[in-house]
Structure formats: structure tokens, C-alpha cells
Ligand binder design. Structure first.
Ligand code: BG6
Length: 510
């Protein structure tokens, strides 16, 4: 496509085909297509490059390409420019697919062969599983049945598996076994796109490269931590997926726990990806497992009702098309976790996430302990000392905000909180997460992907919570507490405030 490759180190090899299963779905529309367009704009796609989109309801030919163009216009932060779009569009094709039908895969093999004949070489193949996770096992064995998992010295075959990887530890193990039957570990890319976000990668650098903060990173100085992922989007268009996962499997099992691990893991000897993953696994193993009714004290959940988000009226979750009328699937959840190791023992970590809240925001809020009166001059001790806080903002704008006590000009020695803010960092030329991860997978760099032992540990944390909630959901009506409903466009259920408030703390504003 672009013979003028600016940076050979970041080069995607010539003769690469990206095969997207689930190309008519939400992920392809919102994230993958805009990411491909960004790669085209950055002149990172090679001359011989092709995308095959497969889907159950996919349009064919020009209709598919026009549809994708509309999505790029809708979701991409750059404007649509024909000089970048046209070559990408001419390298796209689609195939209507029934994933249970062997013909789908023999047809796919034929399309790939045709491309290979045209190019006069074997093609590198990157399979992207953007479908409902219930198809993943079938996809793996069907790809293998037509030998598309095979690679040789001049062409590789890789697979990107979207999250959630399984629905619990048992199904995750089963899925992993099926994949490992047909692919080697170095061919498997388990994705959590939060690892592709610049500001998530920056968490490690921030805490490990600043003497100002490094010594504070433990139970001696930190009172508590809040990690928030709040979204304005609802489950619209993804109900089938969401009814199986709720936010606990969709967001806690992956994004929230990954952020927590980056924030709290011990320092690896170097930034070698395997060593970072080793430390993450050690940390995840130290997170206290909840059991039985203990879950009730450490977690809460809610579901969105109707309301107004971004000035638009939106329906309640129960009124979304395809949602069961008695669905108790959570669209909001807050959990309190403890890390039972020497560094963090006793520090509560509050993690919350919700759909259809007032704003889109991901941030980490760290409150340091309060100085006690013996640590400050008596003349200041008539005022309660203000605890310092550190806020690591991940999105929509990456930044850092630290609050310090400060005497404002005047005759009195009042102390007021003042804010030290580095806003908007990483905004300049930030590669979007999917752009970065697609590029890495095609270049064979698995640094920002997740290892299976991390996934297992994360399920061990989530499974008891899910189990307890399922028990409550299936118990007789009299035992069932109603699931708290929050109006869309708000800060979440009032019960979430009580959840943190019973410990004398309050959530940061979303
Ligand atoms: C996905 C979840 O992994 O992350 C979605 O499946 C969620 O439910 C999305 O909306 C949020 O990603 P981002 O990058 O928009 O914060």
C-alpha cells in the first residue's frame, strides 16, 4: 500500500492478511476499523496488505466497504481523507459466515489462496476473534481444520483472542486447552486493550521512576485507593454479550484488575515483558479471595434505569432490546479488595465501574494518610491536616494531579489544598490502544498482551463474586434483595455511596 515506510523497525511485514471474525459487530465498528484507518494514516500498512471481514449478517462487496467508511467517519478522531482511506478500502473484502458451517472455512481458505497467488507468496495471517466469546472454540478448531493455523519460515499465523477469555476459570481452562492444541504459545495474543493505552503503560514508569513517589508506595503512607472506569455508553447493540458477562466479567476481570496490578506490583528487575508479567501474577495471587456470604460485605452492584446522558434520553437496561424482563445483570459494580502482602496489608482498594454514568472517565485516586497532630507545628494543629492525594487520570485526558497543603497569601496561617496538575500529557500523537495492539501483533511483539496465568488468577478473584451473585439471583423471591437501579446519566446507585461511606470515605466525583 505505502512503499514509503517511514520506520523500518515498526514495519508490518509485506503479504499480511488480517481476518476479522465478527466484522459486523460493535468492536469492529467502534475500535478496529478506526484503528486500521489510523495505521493507514501513519503509513504503517505494507504494500501487500488485505483485510477479510467475516460476519453472520455482514454486507458484501461495496456495501461492506461503504458501511465501514461510515463507521470510520463516526468513530475516528481524524477526518476522513481519501488519500488514506481509498487504498485501505481497496484492500478490504467480506465473507458472509456461519461459524458452524465447514464451508465458511474452506471458502476463507480459498480467498486467502487467491491473494497468495496474486502476491506470488505465502501470506502472514492474523485472525482476530471479535465475535461473541461463545464462538471462540469453534473458530479455533475450524481454522485448524483447513490448516490455516500452520506457519512456515516465510509466513506466520497468529490469533488475537478478545476478552473475556472464558466466562470463569473452568471455561477459560477449556478454551486455553483447545487453543494450545492447535497454536503454539508464541502464536497466541490474548488481548486486554487497556494495556495498549499510553497512560496505563505510564503507571509503572510514573511510580518507579520518581523518588518523590517511590518511597510512598506502601501501607505506611497510603490510606486507600480508588480505581474508577465510568462510561456513558450502555449495553445497546451488545445485549447478547452483556447478558452473559455483566460488568464484573466484562470490566473487573480484565481492565480493572490489570490497572490494579500495574499500580501495586513489586518492581521487576527490568522492564522485560516476561518479568513484568511474573510480578503481576505474584501480585494477583496476593489479592484476598472472597468466599460465600463474605462477598456481600465487599461488593455491591446496580443496574441502569432510564435517564439522560449527553443531553439524550436513554432507556433503562431492562428496556434494551433483547434483555430479559427479569434480568439481574449488573451494569454497575463496586468492590473492595485487599492485597495480603507485606507492602499493602490493610490498605483498601475500591474498584468501581459502570455503564450509562454521567461522564466517561478512567482514573486512579490515591489518598495518603493524614498527618497526625504530633507531626505538625502546634500553631497549625487547630485545623485538621489535609491528606495529600494523587490522581492518575487515564482517560479521556491523561494527566496527573497531586494535592498539597499550602498557605494562601494573607495574615492567617490557614492551610488550603492546592493542586499540582500536569494535564493533557500523552495527548500529542498518542496512538490509540487498538492501533498500537494491532500493529504489535502484526509485528510479532506480544509485550502488551496478557499471559494465561494472569487470566487464571483474575478468574480466581472474580469467580467467587459471580458465584455468590448467581446464588442470590436464583434463590427464592423472598430472599432476593432488589438490584439497585440508578438513573442513567448520574454518579451511580446511592447504595455505592453507602458502600464506601460506611468506612468514612467517599467516592471521587465522576
Ligand atoms: C471493552 C468492554 O473491553 O472496553 C466494553 O467490553 C467497554 O464494555 C470498553 O465499553 C471500554 O473501553 P474504552 O477504551 O472505551 O474505555
Amino acid at each position: 500500500m505505502n512503499s514509503d515506510q517511514p520506520d523500518p523497525i515498526r514495519h508490518i511485514p509485506n503479504g499480511t492478511i488480517l481476518i476479522i471474525f465478527g466484522a459486523s459487530g460493535d468492536l469492529t465498528r467502534r475500535k478496529l476499523m478506526p484503528a486500521l484507518y489510523h495505521l493507514a494514516r501513519d503509513l504503517l500498512l505494507p504494500e501487500m496488505f488485505h483485510v477479510i471481514g467475516l460476519g453472520r449478517k455482514i454486507q458484501e462487496g461495496v456495501e461492506f466497504i461503504d458501511h465501514m467508511k461510515m463507521r470510520v467517519i463516526q468513530y475516528c478522531s481524524h477526518k476522513m481523507e481519501p488519500q488514506y482511506w481509498d487504498p485501505l478500502a481497496s484492500s478490504m473484502s467480506s465473507l458472509r459466515a456461519d461459524y458452524t458451517d465447514p464451508d465458511t472455512f474452506s471458502n476463507l481458505a480459498k480467498v486467502i489462496e487467491k491473494k497468495e497467488d496474486e502476491w506470488g507468496r505465502n501470506a502472514n495471517k492474523l485472525f482476530y476473534f471479535a465475535t461473541n466469546p461463545s464462538h471462540f472454540e469453534t473458530l479455533i478448531s475450524s481454522i485448524a481444520s483447513v490448516d490455516l493455523n500452520k506457519q512456515d519460515h516465510d509466513a506466520w499465523s497468529r490469533v488475537i483472542v478478545e476478552k473475556p477469555f472464558g466466562l470463569d476459570i473452568l471455561t477459560a481452562d477449556k478454551l486455553n486447552n483447545v487453543i494450545m492444541e492447535h497454536f503454539d504459545e508464541e502464536q497466541i495474543y490474548r488481548i486486554d486493550h487497556y494495556l495498549g493505552k499510553e497512560a496505563v503503560q505510564n503507571i509503572l514508569v510514573f511510580r518507579m521512576s520518581n523518588l518523590l513517589f517511590q518511597p510512598l508506595w506502601n501501607r505506611e503512607f497510603i490510606d486507600h485507593v480508588q480505581i474508577t472506569i465510568s462510561e456513558t455508553v450502555g449495553a445497546e447493540g451488545r445485549v447478547e454479550f452483556f447478558e452473559q458477562t455483566g460488568v464484573i466479567r466484562d470490566m473487573l476481570q480484565s481492565h480493572l484488575l490489570q490497572i490494579l496490578a500495574f499500580l501495586t506490583m513489586d518492581h521487576p528487575k527490568s522492564l522485560d515483558p516476561e518479568l513484568i508479567r511474573d510480578e503481576k501474577v505474584i501480585l494477583l495471587k496476593s489479592i484476598r479471595r472472597l468466599s460465600g456470604s463474605e462477598v456481600d460485605d465487599y461488593t455491591m452492584r446496580g443496574q441502569y434505569g432510564q435517564g439522560v446522558v449527553n443531553s439524550e434520553f436513554v432507556p433503562a437496561y431492562l428496556d434494551e432490546q433483547g434483555v430479559a424482563q427479569d434480568s439481574r445483570v449488573e451494569t454497575y459494580s463496586a468492590v473492595k479488595l485487599f492485597i495480603d502482602n507485606y507492602r499493602w496489608r490493610g490498605v483498601p482498594f475500591y474498584l468501581r465501574t459502570g455503564k450509562r454514568l454521567s461522564h466517561r472517565k478512567t482514573e486512579i485516586f490515591i489518598q495518603l494518610k493524614q498527618l497526625n497532630v504530633n507531626q505538625i507545628p502546634t500553631s497549625l494543629s487547630n485545623q485538621p491536616p489535609i491528606p495529600n492525594t494523587i490522581r492518575l487520570e487515564i482517560q479521556p485526558i491523561a494527566g496527573i494531579d497531586v494535592t498539597l497543603g499550602w498557605k494562601p497569601a494573607g495574615l492567617l496561617t490557614d492551610v488550603e489544598p492546592t493542586s499540582l496538575n500536569i494535564g493533557g500529557i500523552a495527548q500529542i500523537k498518542e496512538p490509540k490502544a487498538y492501533e498500537r495492539l494491532l500493529l504489535d501483533a502484526m509485528r510479532g511483539d506480544s509485550t502488551l498482551f496478557v499471559r494465561y496465568d494472569e487470566i487464571r488468577e483474575m478468574w480466581q478473584i472474580v469467580d467467587p463474586i459471580r458465584k455468590r451473585w448467581d446464588e442470590i439471583n436464583s434463590s427464592s423471591n423472598e430472599d432476593q434483595q432488589p438490584i439497585p437501579i440508578y438513573p442513567s446519566g448520574t454518579q451511580g446507585p446511592k447504595q455505592a455511596d453507602d458502600f464506601i461511606g460506611k468506612e468514612g470515605r467517599s467516592w471521587t466525583k465522576i
